[in-house]
Design a protein around this ligand. Sequence first.
Ligand code: ZN
Length: 274
Amino acid sequence: MVLFPKKPVRPSGAPRFPVVFVLGLAHCGSTMLGRMLGQHPRVLSVGELLRLGPALEQDFFCTCGQRMSQCSFWTARVQELERETGFDWRRFGVATFDRLAREAGREMAFDLSKTLVWRRTRWWLDRGEGYVFLVRDSRGVIASALRQDRDLERQLVKHVKWMERLTAYARRRGERALTLHYEDLCREPERELRRLCQFLGLEFTEGMLHPSRETVHLVHSSASGYLKNIDAIRLDERWRRDLDDGQRSRIEDAMEGLEVFRGRLERTTVAGKR
Ligand SMILES: [Zn+2]
């Protein structure tokens, strides 16, 4: 293991980063963002590559609609990836992402591994990667999570802990991290994608506004049918219907304490009232 690797020098005209990791929580809208970036001719959008091992073991669906064992994109690549990493998420380094992107004729890899990216910092020394912190309204995230685990208090504790962790993590990355709000991305997709492209050192392309136009092969991504095969950007605000007053009030109280929602939170309930 090299202890102090040099940061690779990017060729001029190349995107700013060889790989960009999306930080965020499950249900934050990252599949949509991954599909958008996947439409860019210079980007290879890979989904949650750090979770490739479990995705293969359980033969999940790739976003192309095939199972992993049938997807021609991944079946052509898994052998080499296994040799390189043993499918151990700690061993997926910049070089692996860079190679994948180049072999696909692209210049930047875009990964959606989210919380696992935070976990791997202690294993992986910084080699000049970029980060996008994708923030979705806590009410949307928790309403989705509650479909799997009905315990609101447990969800809230986990949610606040991770939001604080990721906020601090993104802040420490300084100008190598960009914060993006899911709701802004849905309401003003072109404005937000232009801002993102500027951060990435890429030109904006109109195709990004059509996230399902070209097939992308995202590992381990959302099975939610909400956006699947719909070539439109649609804001998912089912939480307005799915959460009762008490739940919303409890979540909104927690959101008041989170830095990323400062000046943005529009409460639907009175503070502190349950
Ligand atoms: Zn596929």
